[in-house]
Design a protein around this ligand. Structure first.
Ligand code: AMP
Length: 183
């Protein structure tokens, strides 16, 4: 029998905070220490999979790179497929993509247009939501591919940056395991 999963409070204590990375003023919430713990990834997966089950997800989409770790684990747990949302130029086929604004400049996300069927219900999984820019671009991309996207799951929320509310305004319900104040 698998052990009782760690609680969200226990998972929170496994996240390493690195001040002033990648730039001054940012408190980087590093999940390396969480997934390095023998039960950290399995317990995160357990809680996220419960949420994805409730959302009746037919597939999981995860964003490169840390979304792959948690998203793929949840997909395995539920016995459903995984859609990788990639950084530009990584996929060896014709892709669909969306551009989105960063603080300085723009970035782009791409996926295989055949990765979802029309009307398929996809839940997004990532390690952390900050401003919500990455997740909103992912919602737009998956919807462009024909998916229904009304659920997004994150290990960590930074509520001061308001990303979860931006997603809710786009019709996406947001569930998170743990929160940290600040940026
Ligand atoms: P955003 O698009 O602003 O919601 O940023 C989300 C992405 O940036 C997530 O996939 C995180 O991996 C990363 N990120 C943003 N802020 C932080 C932070 N303070 N600590 C760790 N990762 C962060």
């Amino acid at each position: 029998m698998s052990p009782v999963p760690l609680s969200p409070a226990e998972l929170r204590a496994l996240v390493r905070t690195v001040p002033d990375f990648p730039e001054p003023g940012i408190q980087f919430r590093d999940i390396t220490t969480l997934i390095g713990h023998p039960r950290g990834l399995a317990s995160s997966m357990h809680h996220l999979a419960d949420m994805a089950r409730l959302a009746q997800a037919q597939k999981i989409a995860g964003m490169e790179a840390r979304g792959f770790i948690f998203g793929a684990a949840v997909a395995v747990q539920l016995g459903i497929g995984f859609v990788p949302v990639r950084k530009p130029g990584k996929l060896p086929i014709d892709t669909i993509g969306v551009e989105y604004a960063l603080e300085y400049g723009t970035d782009r996300l791409e996926m295989d247009p055949g990765g979802v069927a029309d009307g398929e219900r996809i839940a997004i999984v990532d390690d952390l939501i900050a401003t919500g820019g990455t997740a909103l671009a992912t919602v737009e991309l998956l919807r462009k591919a024909g998916a229904i996207v009304d659920q997004a799951l994150f290990v960590i929320d930074l509520p001061d940056l308001n990303g979860a509310n931006r997603l809710r305004e786009a019709g996406v319900e947001v569930r998170t395991l743990i929160e940290f104040e600040g940026e």
